[in-house]
Design a binder for this molecule. Sequence first.
Ligand SMILES: NC(=O)c1ccc[n+]([C@@H]2O[C@H](COP(=O)([O-])OP(=O)(O)OC[C@H]3O[C@@H](n4cnc5c(N)ncnc54)[C@H](OP(=O)(O)O)[C@@H]3O)[C@@H](O)[C@H]2O)c1
Length: 294
Amino acid sequence: MYLVIGANGFLGRYCIQSILEQTDENVTATARNIQNLENTGRVHWEKCDIALESEFDRLLSMIKEYDRIKVIFLAAYHNPDLVEANPSYAWDINVTALSRCLNKMPFVERLFYASTDSVYGDSIDHYHFKENDPLNPVNRYGRNKAAAEAVVRYLEFHVVRFPFLIGTSLVPGKRHFYDNIVENLTNGKTVEMFENSYRSSLHFHTAASLLIQLMEMPLREVPPILNVCGDRDLSKYDIGLLAAEKLQVPEKLIKPIKIFENDAVFKTKRAVSTVMDNTLVKKVLQVDTIEFEL
Ligand SMILES: NC(=O)c1ccc[n+]([C@@H]2O[C@H](COP(=O)([O-])OP(=O)(O)OC[C@H]3O[C@@H](n4cnc5c(N)ncnc54)[C@H](OP(=O)(O)O)[C@@H]3O)[C@@H](O)[C@H]2O)c1
């Protein structure tokens, strides 16, 4: 059985879809509010706020009867601007609650934690970070994730580092940045996108699909920390052009703009570029390429 903690988010919904497509397993999916979430076929929703120990204990008492539990841990307070504005709350959720929850799960067969390229910091001259490189996050969100990774590794669970992920939201009423791009482009409106800030981006579907492939492998064949990212260094402008092509709208609707290190576009500092090396994950999965597909 899969247990997806923080399942009603962008990546969580794609993970559920991939589990259903790629395995025969049932899914227990958790969200803080399950009022409008329907149990369907192999998917069963449970309420769980990881900050509330009693709710987490209740969840564990329900799933303990299953053997071979595979956990995907996605719950996080992860908007970098909000993390910076509420540092104590962010630490409570991203590190303290995570640590308490994981410490109660020694009985699970495997657990994979969703981390981020933000733990590495800025890529100089398009350097592609490898899993063993030192971590040098430029903001508090990245530092939270680096601390969380240390907890995950201490307990001998797995870390996957994802790049910037994009795609249509599968969560009713919760729009992704990509949904706004699609709406603007289909209405003939221009969209401004950074042309000089690069990530090894992936579509949510590809990220989720690769994660489930890894989770279905014999555990000893999966390295404890893996960059799960695409082959191409893509700017948001590049992604905008691909979106325009897919939607068959004129490329000129995508306006390139530049980001500079000291820009006040974001309240909190972001790495201008963070690109990752995906040699290891391709070797593990025995694939030659990992494409970005919208
Ligand atoms: N999207 C990316 O580009 C990206 C890249 C690298 C890593 N990641 C990581 O992937 C994970 C999922 O991100 P996402 O993009 O899917 O974002 P998301 O849609 O915001 O999902 C985060 C989930 O965490 C849940 N959550 C927050 N606080 C919680 C709490 N106290 N207890 C239980 N659940 C809580 C939220 O639940 P509610 O539905 O109840 O609000 C939400 O469903 C995060 O850990 C993020 O750091 C994302």
